[in-house]
Design a binder for this molecule. Structure first.
Ligand SMILES: Cc1cc2nc3c(=O)[nH]c(=O)nc-3n(C[C@H](O)[C@H](O)[C@H](O)COP(=O)(O)OP(=O)(O)OC[C@H]3O[C@@H](n4cnc5c(N)ncnc54)[C@H](O)[C@@H]3O)c2cc1C
Length: 384
């Protein structure tokens, strides 16, 4: 596939990982990103063992390159009672790969540093059309012809409705506030990754980022808050005032400037179609553009990395035919995406029930079920 041209739209985790694998396979890649700079966010996130394996296949060690901290113990709490607790190694038990908490900006830098010489980056480029007749992508002033277009432009991708019109983005009517705290201000933790289910459809989770500090995430029903970060901080303080320790300590240790908020949205139902052939090439969806799952199980970045690694496998397998490779990618990814999307939505629905529903279900669900589901989520290996 020497000298073939690919256009990757969007330089999030999915776009960067796609550009890395394509350049390794000898493609010339134009990476188009609407933001002025390629940079990650000052956030902590969980990477499951599956994502850690995918990263490894891309030549990135989550622990060394992204300041990742292996999760020794996960805890799920039902208000002030422990509901489930299991070792972080359990979900990756087959080969001992741990799940890790990573610093998003560091993960991003590690991916950027792996972009090959054949990747040309075009920042500040807002793609406003993808030509599905004479394959190309373009903005208001330029057009990039291509043999392959990877749409990795996030959950609002305008390409998904063209390929999979029955898989719209759903707004879940909730917002997640996320905080990051430098190590010298971070409160003591009892476990490496904890999620507490509380009343009023609220949840609070926190995790350990090792020398990069600690992070937390608070889910509350409602829309994005228009207030200043200072007021948002006060609101979060009030909403979680009577929650068990160390919730209050995490909030108090966070400065308003260390807060971000994101709406909870997801693609439902998951798409059955991820590509379209165009002549001898085609267009393909990757990352949230393809499947944006409900964030409750922290699967999105891992799935995006798995997409890229699977895509590389498919292109290696069918070096002479892009359409065959795209079809193989779709066959390999759709069942996995469906499984993760279904479970994420199911848990999201449980967590969004009233207090009685969530409490009752958390009590009724056996620990073994939770651990089995976690193991199933992490059970992905790079294809070979
Ligand atoms: C609250 C919350 C918590 C989460 N926590 C976790 C977690 O702990 N672990 C985990 O694995 N996942 C988590 N996720 C999910 C994860 O963040 C996403 O799945 C992941 O970032 C998807 O990456 P992506 O590259 O597909 O999309 P994005 O990160 O959205 O990247 C898309 C890129 O495309 C660019 N773009 C968009 N449109 C255009 C255009 N027209 N032209 C050019 N460029 C364009 C954007 O600027 C962006 O850079 C969480 C999500 C949320 C909302």
């Amino acid at each position: 596939m020497q000298n073939r041209r690919a256009v990757v739209v969007g330089a999030g985790v999915a776009g960067l990982a796609s550009a890395i694998v394509l350049s390794r396979l000898g493609w010339r890649v134009a990476l188009l990103e609407r933001r002025e700079r390629l940079k990650g966010d000052d956030l902590g996130m969980l990477l499951w063992a599956s994502g850690v394996r995918a990263l490894r296949a891309l030549g990135v060690d989550a622990t060394l390159d992204a300041s990742g901290t292996p999760v020794d113990r996960f805890e799920i709490r039902n208000e002030d009672r422990l509901s489930s607790s299991f070792p972080g190694a359990a979900p990756g038990a087959a080969d001992g790969t741990p799940s890790v908490m990573v610093h998003n900006a560091m993960l991003y830098e590690a991916l950027v540093s792996r972009l090959g010489d054949s990747v040309e980056v075009f920042p500040a480029t807002q793609v406003d059309r993808i030509d599905l007749v004479d394959l190309a992508a373009g903005d208001s002033s330029r057009r990039w012809d291509a043999d392959l277009v990877v749409a990795a432009d996030g959950i609002d991708s305008p390409t998904r409705p063209l390929l999979a019109p029955s898989s719209p983005t759903t707004d879940a009517g909730a917002v997640v506030f996320r905080g990051i705290i430098p190590a010298h201000r971070a409160p003591e933790r009892t476990a490496d990754a904890v999620e507490i289910y509380g009343p009023d459809r609220r949840r609070f989770g926190y995790g350990d980022l090792g020398h990069a500090g600690a992070c937390w995430w608070a889910t509350v029903p409602g829309g994005m808050r228009p207030e200043s970060p200072q007021i948002q901080h006060e609101l979060i303080n009030r909403w979680f005032a009577d929650w068990p320790a160390p919730v209050g300590k995490f909030i108090a240790a966070t400065r308003p400037s260390e807060l971000t908020q994101q709406p909870v949205r997801f693609v439902w139902p998951p798409p059955a179609k991820l590509h379209q052939t165009v002549g001898n090439g085609g267009v393909v969806l990757a990352g949230d553009a393809a499947h944006g799952v409900a964030p409750i199980l922290a699967q999105g970045a891992s799935l995006a990395l798995e997409d890229a690694v699977t895509f590389a496998w498919a292109l290696r397998r069918s070096p002479e035919s892009v359409p065959d490779a795209l079809a193989a990618y779709e066959r390999a990814r759709v069942p996995r995406i469906k499984r993760v999307a279904r479970l994420s939505r199911r848990v999201h629905t449980i967590a969004s029930g009233g207090r009685g529903v969530t409490r009752g279900l958390l009590r009724a669900v056996p620990d073994s079920w939770i651990q089995n589901q976690a193991a199933a989520l992490a059970d992905w290996q790079p294809p070979n």
